[in-house]
Structures are given as structure tokens and as C-alpha cells.
Design a binder for this molecule. Structure first.
Ligand SMILES: NC(=O)c1ccc[n+]([C@@H]2O[C@H](COP(=O)([O-])OP(=O)(O)OC[C@H]3O[C@@H](n4cnc5c(N)ncnc54)[C@H](OP(=O)(O)O)[C@@H]3O)[C@@H](O)[C@H]2O)c1
Length: 322
């Protein structure tokens, strides 16, 4: 089968298309024929070495496909089932192994492609808005990079919970997408001072929560957007890792909270994974959650997909098609 492999960390040029053996599912594992692999920023971190993994690896942890074989002891799915997962062991490939307890069967009205597109970013938007800071009708939130993969889903879920969404994006085109996803106001943070804009838009009060996936370039200023006792949820670092900071800042700026959550801890048990996935896939099935696939790339063009994502030229979800 064809797979995108990384033998040494580096730029997009270290992604090699290779012909490798189809893996065999071990005990508690499932082999799927991969219809679409979800592309996520975390793959860039494994490629560059910011996040460490033993090499060589097949990149990618999100996919949708059809079960081809099940290993010993697997009772959750059967051959021929359509499934998706955010814990794939090597999704950038024609076939991939999944731990059976991380496999989610897809409802009839959700396509395999939609499943591949929504598992990681959809479940992330779900835990951020429902668990990390459970939003309500009295809340205003600031969503950075709102036209991105997580961003568009976050805006939709936040507005569905009744919260007012203030979004930041880099271009007018992205502003249109953020508005369509439910943002009440959009700030072009590459042109305008987003702290001043948030203060103006909230009458000086600030927001209850900042959802920050951008990191280095937005983190400190994000603290100045919060109302007293507000929460900064730092869940990513697309501009680079945040510098160390003095916790006294939290006291000085209003007894603030900071958290750095990750999806694995909000889907740790199979029950929690299925509960979140059930809600998210249910909204996709009834049409109330739009999963915008901005672009498809063929597997062989994975390096180009990485360049586009890191160059801020993508919107919504990006899929790799084996
Ligand atoms: N903690 C978790 O559970 C979790 C789960 C999923 C994703 N994440 C993280 O969330 C972040 C976003 O992930 P995603 O896959 O949804 O990506 P994405 O938001 O679709 O793409 C990244 C966006 O970040 C913005 N950005 C700002 N400065 C940037 C820079 N210097 N370089 C590149 N992009 C920049 C760009 O939007 P503008 O052009 O509008 O600025 C860009 O489109 C990543 O750090 C990812 O690892 C975390």
C-alpha cells in the first residue's frame, strides 16, 4: 500500500510517499481501508519534531474508512462497517490500524468523508465549548483563527449554546466564513489591535473566555481581553509555542484562569468518546453542524498540504485522499 512516511524530522520535504506492507491488525485492533485522512496541525508538530515520536512513522491520526479486518477480541465493529477515528496509527495511507476502543461507527446519514473530517476537530470544539468552559447564553467568547478547522466548528457550537462569538481571522475571505459559522463580530487581527477591538465590542467588560489555538502571537494579549475571573483556553500553537510567563500576571489582570487542554483527556474513556462523538455526528446527520472541507489533497501531495496549512492558506478542514 502507499503511505506517507517520515524518517527524519524537518520541513515538508521529509514526507515521503512509500510502498509498504499492509499492516495486520493485532489483538484489539482493526484494519480499515482508508477513504479519507483528516489533516490536522498536530501532524506538522510530529513532522518538525516539536512533538516527539520514534521514527520512522506513518503520519496522521484521523481517518474514515471501511473495516477490512478485525483482530482477535474485537467486538465493537465488524468487517464492512463504516467507521472513523481520531486515534489512528498512521492515517496517511491506503490502509490503517485503529485501536478498537477508539473506533466510532458512523450513522447512515454521515458520509465516511464527513466522519474523517469531523472526528478530531469536531470533538475538540465540543469539549472546549461544553466541558473546558461550558458556554451559556450570558457568555461572550473570543475565538482566534475562527476560519480554521477547529475554529469554524467552535463558532458554530458556541453560537448554538447561545454565546456571543467574537472571532479573529487574517483575511476578509476568512471573515465571511467566520460570520457564516455564527460569529457576531469579526476582527482582522493582522490589521487591527484585537485587544482594543474586544474592549470596544464589549463596552470595556471583556470576554468570559478566550479560545486560543494560535499561541505565541496571541497568548499574552489574550489575557487583556478577559473579564475578571475569565479563562484563557490555550489549546494550540499554530504561530509557535508560548514563552514562559509569570503567574503573577493572572492576579494582576483579574484573577484569571489558564488551561492547556488536549482532546485525549476529554475522551479518555470509551463512554466519553462515544457520548461526544454521538452528539457531534448527530448534528452532522441532521444538518445543524456544517463541516466545511476547504480542500482535498491526494496522498502524494501531502507535502503541499503541509505547506498550505503552515502558510495560513487553508480554511476549514483539509483532507488527504489515499
Ligand atoms: N488541544 C487540542 O485538543 C487540539 C485539538 C485540535 C487542534 N489543536 C491545535 O489547534 C491549532 C489549530 O489546529 P487546526 O488543525 O484547526 O488548524 P487551523 O486553525 O485550520 O489552521 C491554523 C490557522 O492558524 C492561524 N495562524 C495564526 N498564525 C499562524 C502562523 N504563524 N502560522 C500558521 N497559522 C497561523 C491561521 O488562521 P488566520 O490566517 O486566520 O490567522 C491558520 O489558518 C493547532 O495548534 C492544533 O495543534 C489542539
Amino acid at each position: 500500500m502507499l503511505a506517507i512516511r517520515v524518517h527524519q524530522t524537518g520541513g515538508p520535504e521529509v514526507l515521503w510517499l512509500e510502498d509498504v506492507a499492509v499492516p495486520a491488525p493485532g489483538s484489539g485492533q482493526v484494519l480499515i481501508r482508508d477513504e479519507a485522512a483528516g489533516f490536522n496541525f498536530i501532524s506538522c508538530y510530529y513532522r518538525t519534531g516539536l512533538y516527539r515520536q520514534a521514527l520512522p512513522i506513518t503520519l496522521g491520526r484521523e481517518a474514515g474508512g471501511t473495516v477490512e479486518l478485525v483482530g482477535p477480541g474485537v467486538t465493537t465493529v465488524r468487517q464492512g462497517d463504516r467507521v472513523a477515528s481520531e486515534t489512528v496509527l498512521g492515517a496517511y495511507a491506503e490502509y490503517a490500524i485503529l485501536p478498537a476502543e477508539r473506533v466510532v461507527p458512523l450513522p447512515d446519514r454521515v458520509s465516511t468523508r464527513q466522519g474523517a473530517a469531523v472526528m478530531l476537530q469536531g470533538l475538540t470544539a465540543h469539549y472546549l465549548t461544553h466541558s473546558t468552559y461550558p458556554l451559556g447564553g450570558d457568555d461572550t467568547c473570543l475565538v482566534h483563527a475562527a476560519a480554521g478547522g477547529v475554529g469554524l466548528l467552535l463558532c458554530q457550537m458556541a453560537s448554538r449554546l447561545g454565546a456571543r462569538v467574537i472571532a479573529t481571522v487574517s483575511t476578509d475571505e476568512k471573515a465571511v466564513l467566520a460570520k457564516r459559522a455564527g460569529a457576531a463580530e469579526v476582527i482582522l487581527y493582522t490589521q487591527d489591535d484585537f485587544v482594543a477591538a474586544v474592549k470596544r465590542l464589549t463596552g470595556g467588560a471583556g470576554v468570559q473566555v478566550v479560545y486560543d489555538s494560535v499561541g505565541r502571537t496571541t497568548f499574552l494579549a489574550g489575557l487583556d481581553c478577559l473579564a475578571p475571573r475569565g479563562m484563557l483556553v490555550l489549546y494550540g500553537q499554530s504561530s509557535g509555542p508560548v514563552e514562559p510567563f509569570d503567574p503573577q500576571l493572572l492576579n494582576q489582570k483579574g484573577s484569571l484562569f489558564i488551561t492547556r487542554p488536549t482532546l485525549a483527556h476529554y475522551t479518555a474513556s470509551r463512554a466519553e468518546l462515544l457520548e461526544r462523538a454521538g452528539q457531534v455526528l448527530g448534528w452532522v446527520a441532521d444538518g445543524s453542524l456544517q463541516v466545511r472541507v476547504g480542500r482535498d489533497f491526494q496522498l502524494a501531495d501531502a507535502a503541499e498540504a503541509h505547506r498550505e496549512l503552515e502558510g495560513r492558506r487553508t480554511t476549514g478542514k483539509v483532507l488527504l485522499i489515499p
